[in-house]
Design a protein around this ligand. Structure first.
Ligand code: 1PR
Length: 530
């Protein structure tokens, strides 16, 4: 039996599901005393440093946690739960942490590497521990903008370190107190093995030797991610199906193309080695997700068997129902996080937000991006961009940011700009992709999912010109999407641009190319992959 510290801030369903999958019963902390009396405690940290500390304080959990840790009773912290062991964080100035480890959490400096760090990176073990006895150097899933510095005086706490521009502490351990910056519950089979080790009865005390493990000095490297995307909507019989469009047209002879069932396909892609799964509820702009429970059900069922990050998009916006009850975008996102999502993606509402911002020059704090990122952190907010090329003869013909393109327009035009659309590409708006992504980053989004309507379903490769243009102006991770037709397209996008991830849909659903085939081709070119 293990006890979970859930303070209602986000997706801890996957931790719960991972424990259940390992055949262990999960108890919840109901009152402060449960923290002290629990046999084994798992504390999955979700949200910003300040939010986590606020919630702990409101519930009277701070003192019992400190007591448990000082008494050396089995404790496993995940992500922000590692960070709150420290004295404080640059993320939430003035908010004291638990103060167990005498150092402060810092923000990644950025520069060449995008912040947040999102993806699969290695760890270098610095000492032996039974928890890591079945760990063989595989990559683990990280998502964070702040890090624990690896310099003293915390040496005696360091279990593992990782490189992301700088060398940081990716795991701490002293006696029976352990915390990971990575997410074991999102790190596929290897993560489950680590969790299983913690849950073993004989590992009640996670014995460690003080003898340092030889550190081979190799730098760890973040992997490029391969993401499987499932566009989901109801067909004419009312069944929720995975569909796929050509330039966003998902109908064939009046029927919605049906390429499979969402939960089954997601499981297949997880087993084939997808680094992440994305669900896009493509009619979310007209249905309201909180009344469209099948999508929530899909997430809940998927997270029972899929232990890599899940993103969900579609319909994240404010909504007033027939009774006059108003739901905020935060309400919608919270429902998705509670149902198993790690990130939400915002499409149409991001475009409206940016239009508003460009006309007033003011941040309202009320947009979906601001609301959700302030509670769950920027890494939880992806912007799904649906741009379409607009060709012009010369940059002077438009006020928008143009590129000189190798792929000329229908009348031989040599320039184009990328127009943002809403409602699944049905409506073009007067803003361009550069305006959209730069403002979204400023408002707090943590990643860009860069589709391209012209390329969608074409199988003729990603729009490299678009990807380069966007990568040049943002410092958050970018996912290239639309147009993948063969493995070499992934090699091309990773070699010719600095994009962090590449996503495909049609080739996976139609079983034309396997995720394993892509990874083999990418590795053969010396590109880091999981
Ligand atoms: O506007 O916040 O409600 O979100 C709606 C979401 O649904 C957006 O993320 C939008 O991209 C998506 N969407 C809306 N309509 C469609 C459609 O296809 N008719 N799908 C749609 C977008 C694009 C990719 C696709 C890639 C890869 N699909 O997700 O999977 O282009 O495809 P490929 O590898 O087969 O080329 P909101």
């Amino acid at each position: 039996m293990v006890t979970l510290l859930d303070y209602g801030a986000g997706n801890i369903r996957s931790v719960r599901n991972a424990i259940k999958k390992l055949g262990v019963t999960v108890n919840n902390v109901e009152k402060p005393e449960d923290i002290v009396s629990a046999d084994k405690l798992i504390f999955p940290g979700v949200g910003s440093f300040g939010l986590v500390m606020d919630r702990l304080r409101e519930r009277g959990y701070v003192e019992p946690l400190i007591r448990r840790i000082k008494e050396n009773r089995p404790f496993l912290g995940i992500c922000v739960a590692l960070q709150v062991l420290y004295e404080g964080s640059e993320e939430s100035p003035g908010v004291p942490g638990l103060g167990i480890i005498p150092a402060k959490i810092k923000k990644f400096p950025g520069g060449e590497l995008s912040v947040p760090q999102i993806g699969w990176n290695g760890i270098r073990l610095q000492k032996k521990s039974t928890l890591m006895s079945r760990y063989n150097g595989e990559k683990l899933y990280f998502v964070h903008s702040y890090y624990a510095p690896s310099y003293s005086p915390v040496d005696d706490w360091i279990l593992a370190t990782t490189d992301y521009g700088i060398n940081f502490v990716s795991a701490v351990m002293k006696g029976n107190i352990t915390a990971f910056q990575f997410h074991p519950e999102k790190s596929g089979p290897v993560g489950l093995k680590i969790l299983e080790n913690y849950l073993q009865p004989e590992n009640c005390s996670s014995v460690q030797s003080s003898r340092p493990v030889s550190d081979n000095g190799n730098r760890t490297q973040i992997a490029k991610r391969i993401i499987a995307c499932l566009d989901v909507r109801s067909n004419t019989s009312g069944d929720l199906v995975v569909t796929k469009g050509d330039q966003y047209d998902v109908k064939e002879e009046g029927e919605v193309r049906n390429l499979g069932k969402p939960v089954e396909l997601a499981k297949r892609y997880y087993e084939e080695g997808a680094d992440e799964i994305t669900f896009l509820n493509i009619t979310g702009f007209r249905d309201f997700p909180m009344q469209d429970q099948p999508m929530v059900e899909v997430l809940k069922r998927t997270s029972e068997n899929v232990f890599v990050p899940l993103t969900i998009g579609g319909g994240i916006k404010e909504f007033t129902d027939a009774t006059g009850h108003c739901y905020t975008p935060l309400d919608v996102a919270s429902l998705y996080f509670r149902s198993g999502a790690d990130k939400v993606s915002i499409g149409s509402d991001a475009v409206y937000t940016v239009e508003n911002y460009l006309s007033t020059g003011e941040k309202t704090g009320l947009s979906s991006i601001e609301q959700i990122s302030s509670v769950y952190g920027s890494q939880a907010v992806v912007i799904s961009v649906d741009p379409r090329r607009v060709y012009v003869n010369s940059p002077e013909d438009t006020l928008h940011s143009t590129i000189k393109t190798d792929c000329h327009g229908p009348n031989g035009e040599e320039y184009c700009w990328y127009q943002c659309t809403v409602k699944g590409g049905r409506e073009g708006r007067n803003i361009d992709v550069i305006q959209l992504v730069t403002v979204c980053e400023e408002l707090g989004s943590g990643e860009i999912l860069l589709n391209c309507i012209d390329k969608d379903g074409s199988n003729n490769g990603f729009d490299l010109e678009l990807v380069k243009m966007v990568k040049d102006v943002v410092s958050i991770p970018v996912i290239a999407s639309s147009g993948a037709g063969k493995s070499s397209h992934f090699v091309e996008v990773f070699k010719e641009t600095s994009v962090e991830a590449a996503l495909a849909a049609g080739i996976f659903h139609r079983k034309e190319v396997g995720i394993g085939d892509i990874k083999t081709a990418v590795v053969a070119e010396g590109i880091e992959i999981r």
